[in-house]
Structure formats: C-alpha cells, structure tokens
Design a protein around this ligand. Structure first.
Ligand code: DX5
Ligand code: ZN
Length: 213
C-alpha cells in the first residue's frame, strides 16, 4: 500500500505538537521541508525543531533538504534523529560529492534520497540508482506549499518504475498532491505521497489521509 508523508510545512508552527498528534497514527512518514532562502526563495526551519519533533512521534522521519550545501548540514540532521535525508541533485557540485554523501548517510545508518526538480530529467540519477533508498520527484517548483501539481511528474514516476528492476529505491512524489493527483501518481508507480496543504487544511485529516490511499 502507498505510504503517506504529511508535510509539516503546512502545519501551524505555534501548535506543532497538536498538529502532529492529529495525523501521526494514520501515516507512515513525516515529511520535513528544510529551506535555506538560497537554494529556494523561502526559509522554513532547521534541525533543532526536528530534534524536538523526533521526541513526540515514532513515524519514519523524512527530511527533504532544499538547501545549497547538504554536505555541510547532513550531520546536524542525523544528530536530530532523522531516518532519511533527501538532498537535491541540483544542489550538488559533482558526481563525487553525491557519491560521498550517499556513503556518508549509509555509514551513519540513515537512508539516502535524491530529489529532482521539474526541469531535471530522470537520466541524471542513473549512476546512483543502485545505491539510493528513495527518489523524490518534485511535482512543483520547490519552495512553497499549496501549488498546483505538474503532470510531467507522472512520466518521471513511470520511468523510475521501469528502471527499478531488482533495485530497492522507493519513488516519492511531492507537490500539489490531493485525492485526484495522488491516484494518478499511484497508478504511475509512486510508493510514497507527500501532501501538505491537502492534509493540514482538511476539516477531517484522518479522512483526507485515507482518501489518498
Ligand atoms: C515544496 C515542498 C513540499 C510542500 C508540499 O517545496 O517540498 O513538501 O510542502 O505542499 P503541498 O502538498 O501543499 O503542495
Ligand atoms: Zn518536500
């Protein structure tokens, strides 16, 4: 069954515990969007809030780094208790740095994910598909919640599914996911759906989550 990853970016930061309590029993992942105001034109939160969050839920913590220097901050997020770090392909300088970061995360018992923006083709990931645990397909330009789903993500999900064979990576999709677009992604082969505004703005969050599956 598809895994659901509510994006904390759409929660009320002044009531974070209440908002986490309202969803944590119904979902597998918690998606944590880190933005640095440089890689993307928005600033969200850093690793100290993640540390607090890790104390109040047992869900798999899915950190999505939308920052220019993932190598510099990876250890802080590891120390804060994450299970997965997904960094952006576009933020990395070269193949060696990407390889280094994947190995570093695995040595520290953290899963490694790579994300691609809407304009980045799936092919750039070919050298890393044997080793990574997850690919995050962006279905909006990263930076803000509440944007509309870009259908070009469906082709990428399909391609990644076709490329998987006996590899182990999961396919996650992020941006503009609701009941309708979520179904399209599941049909294309997505294993994990990230949803922010759709879940946190719903009157009945449990029902909204179940409607995504
Ligand atoms: C966008 C973030 C997303 C965002 C999704 O840059 O990576 O995780 O929170 O929000 P919705 O589901 O509202 O598009
Ligand atoms: Zn995200």
């Amino acid at each position: 069954m598809v895994k659901i990853a509510p994006s904390v970016l759409s929660a009320n930061f002044a009531n974070l515990q209440k908002d986490i309590d309202s969803i944590k029993d119904y979902v597998e992942y918690i998606h944590y969007d880190v933005m640095d105001g440089h890689f993307v034109p928005n600033i969200s939160f850093g690793y100290s809030i993640l540390n607090d969050l890790s104390q109040i839920c047992d869900n798999y913590l899915d950190v999505h780094l939308m920052i220019s220097d993932p190598l510099k901050y990876a250890q802080n997020f590891i120390d804060a208790g994450t299970n997965l770090i997904t960094f952006h392909y576009e933020a990395m300088q070269n193949v060696d740095d990407i390889q280094y970061l994947i190995t570093y995360l695995h040595e520290h018992h953290v899963d490694a994910g790579i994300s691609i923006k809407p304009d980045t083709p799936v092919d750039v990931l070919l050298p890393f598909l044997d080793e990574i645990d997850l690919v995050l397909v962006m279905s909006v330009e990263p930076g803000f919640g509440g944007q509309s789903f870009m259908p070009l993500a469906l082709d990428k999900i399909q391609q990644l599914k076709d490329l998987r064979h006996d590899r182990n990576y999961l396919i996650e999709v992020d941006g503009g996911i609701n009941e309708e677009t979520g179904k399209l992604c599941i049909d294309a082969g997505a294993d994990v759906l990230v949803a922010g505004s759709y879940i946190f703005k719903a009157d009945d969050r449990k029902q909204a989550i179940e409607a995504l599956r």
